[in-house]
Design a protein around this ligand. Structure first.
Ligand code: CP
Length: 314
């Protein structure tokens, strides 16, 4: 559920440098992280961070986040401590807290966690002495997805000032929307939402645009996957009806501004939120987003380990 909370952006110097929500990043630190990611994009040479261990704890399915974290870790020279929830002692009832404390004891220097429980990190903060990077918490936050979206927009338009971004679709259940709405606005973008009104709350309705207006005025159409796995009530519209009413089809895409782009965090339900033909069209930046995912995750890992260990080479 979207709650545009502005959770504390204060710094607690006794804690490791976690990456949990975009709310924790001020605009200067966001730009600094994006600069670091851009340096990796322009100079993809492997940078050795030998003898440091990373563990990726994924309790929910993932392709992009998990594999791009692995690629980022390998690119940086980190050693991976392999963990698979299905063959771990989680199956014997071991808690997330005990799992993370175990990895920390064994020697992990950083953990990346995706978990279905919103704000899973609250039970870890204060007790875990290594950085925690949030790879997605239920309907909560997905900060590294947000960073890769920001890098993609900045590469495209050079800045965020007055860029009109429409986030369209299953806003209510989307951690991507939640992570992006506030931060894009803080960086100077004009942010609107579109999609089924049953997936909006009062606050979101204040920035609502009908799809026809959205496609004609947006610089960025950020389409979202329908998160069936998080729905407690079955969707009213079937996939075809949804595509017609709220999806981006070729007819609507033809009305987009010449320099506007289409984004999607993926995986894409082709021909539901986005027409099959648009996924790899000239307007699509979906695969660019995935590529940028490696660079921002390199930047995030490098940042938190620099804070933790001090003085890592860039
Ligand atoms: N965008 C994203 O988080 O994709 P995965 O679920 O495949 O990691």
């Amino acid at each position: 559920m979207i709650r545009m909370d502005s959770a504390a952006r204060t710094e607690n110097n006794n804690e490791p440098c976690h990456v949990l929500t975009m709310d924790d990043w001020n605009t200067a630190s966001i730009h600094s992280l994006l600069e670091k990611a851009q340096r990796f994009a322009e100079n993809p040479d492997k940078l050795p961070l030998q003898r440091l261990y990373a563990a990726n704890l994924f309790f929910e399915p993932s392709t992009r986040t998990k594999i791009s974290f692995e690629a980022a870790e390998r690119n940086l020279g980190l050693d991976l401590l392999h963990f698979e929830a299905d063959t771990s002692s989680v199956k014997k009832g071991e808690s997330l807290y005990d799992t993370v404390k175990t990895l920390e004891s064994i020697g992990a220097d950083v953990v990346v966690i995706r978990h279905g429980r919103e704000r899973f990190f609250d039970e870890l903060r204060g007790s875990v002495q290594i950085p925690i990077i949030n790879g997605g918490d239920g309907c909560g936050h997905h900060p590294t997805q947000s960073f890769l979206d920001l890098l993609t927009i900045r590469q495209e338009f050079g800045s965020f000032q007055n860029i009109k971004v429409v986030i369209a679709g299953d806003i209510f259940h989307s951690r991507v929307a939640r992570s992006n709405l506030d931060v894009l606005e803080r960086l100077g973008a004009d942010v609107y939402v579109s999609g089924p009104k049953e997936w909006m709350n009062e606050e979101l309705m204040q920035r609502y645009l009908p799809m026809d207006e959205a496609v004609e005025t947006a610089d960025v159409m950020m389409m979202l996957r329908i998160q069936h796995e998080r729905h407690t009530v079955k969707m009213v519209a079937g996939p075809d009806k949804y595509h017609e009413l709220y999806g981006l089809n070729e007819e609507k895409a033809a009305r987009m501004k010449p320099d506007s782009i289409i984004m999607h965090p993926a995986p894409v339900n082709r021909n539901v939120e986005l027409a099959d033909a648009l996924v790899e069209s000239h307007k699509s930046r979906i695969f660019k987003q995935m590529k940028n995912g490696v660079f921002v995750r390199m930047a995030v890992l490098s940042h938190v380990l620099e804070q933790q260990k001090g003085g890592l080479q860039q």
